[in-house]
Design a protein around this ligand. Structure first.
Ligand SMILES: C[S@@+](CC[C@H](N)C(=O)[O-])C[C@H]1O[C@@H](n2cnc3c(N)ncnc32)[C@H](O)[C@@H]1O
Length: 276
């Protein structure tokens, strides 16, 4: 595994997938005309989208592919719970991508940016497609918002400072990946370079108004806990104190209790089709 302890993030990844399910549903509606026989979700994590794919295309053989056996075990449990058919396959990216066999639809969400040479990863994924097959790559979109600009204490604009700090962390993560290559991240062009046609990018809204439901609120708490520990050296003392207060279960203005917590974000899906 490359840069992060993915298995340790299983709970938060599954809650994140569930909180963001509406965008996957909207993206799958774009693919409703397809009749794929083999589908892969590459970098599936705990399999939330893979299970959505299996439900949307019940005739297809759907495989969740990931480098983490622990996350794939979660995907299997989830599929069983939801009553959908799902296979799993452990593969390390990029080297394992060539051995996955062919597919008529490949979905890959927030995984390609964990490979040093993103264009090479897309080239390898495109090679797996059958003629007429579709690659759907989720990358980019907009950072999430979950509280007002002035949340009632601390310096207003906390989330824009978190965004800036996370962007620095992201740059550092990418720079440290094996074989890291800087790329102009115009994903539709990158899909064209990979030999795909009709490339287009569509952005889908995730709009969960306040008060946020329990599962999404638990995802947010887990995410803010990661910011609190991971951004210690990137945020100032006042912002760290604000995060502490947000994480205090006894504080009426903390994330667990306040009624005004929402989730608003947008995810971009880049589509390309292998020429027939
Ligand atoms: C940010 S998570 C995305 C999970 C899911 N697709 C989603 O959108 O919620 C990235 C996933 O890619 C997997 N991954 C990251 N780098 C990998 C690598 N080099 N080889 C195999 N899997 C990798 C991780 O295990 C993790 O499940």
């Amino acid at each position: 595994m490359t840069d992060l302890d993915w298995a340790a993030m299983a709970d938060v990844l599954e809650l994140e997938g569930e909180a963001h399910q509406p965008y996957v549903q909207q993206a799958l509606a774009e693919l409703a005309q397809l009749e794929p026989q083999r589908i892969m979700d590459v970098g599936s994590g705990p399999g939330v989208a893979a299970c959505q794919l299996a439900a949307a295309f019940p005739e297809a053989e759907v495989t969740a592919v990931d480098g983490s056996p622990e996350l794939l075990a979660r995907a299997e449990q989830r599929a069983e719970r939801l009553g959908v058919e799902l296979r799993t396959r452990v593969a390390e990216f990029p080297d394992g991508l060539g051995e996955l066999g062919t597919a008529d639809l490949i979905w890959t969400a927030q995984a390609v940016h964990h490979v040093g040479d993103q264009q090479d990863a897309l080239n390898r994924l495109a090679r797996l497609l059958t003629p007429g097959g579709v690659l759907a790559v989720v990358e980019g979109g907009l950072p999430a918002r979950w509280l007002p600009h002035d949340l009632g204490f601390g310096r207003p604009g906390l989330q824009t400072r978190i965004d800036a700090a996370m962007s620095e962390r992201f740059n550092q993560m990418r720079a440290e990946l094996p074989g890291s290559v800087a790329t102009v991240e115009t994903w539709a062009d990158m899909l064209r370079t990979a030999g795909l046609d009709g490339t287009r990018s569509r952005t889908f809204l995730v709009d969960r108004p306040a008060p946020l439901a329990d599962g999404a609120r638990r995802w947010l708490r887990g995410t803010v806990e990661r910011y609190r520990h991971g951004l210690q050296d990137h945020l100032d003392a006042e912002d760290l104190a604000t995060l502490d207060r947000l994480l205090d279960p006894a504080d009426p203005l903390g994330l667990d209790q306040r009624p005004d917590v929402f989730l608003l974000t947008a995810k971009t899906v880049h589509f390309g089709r292998k020429p027939s």
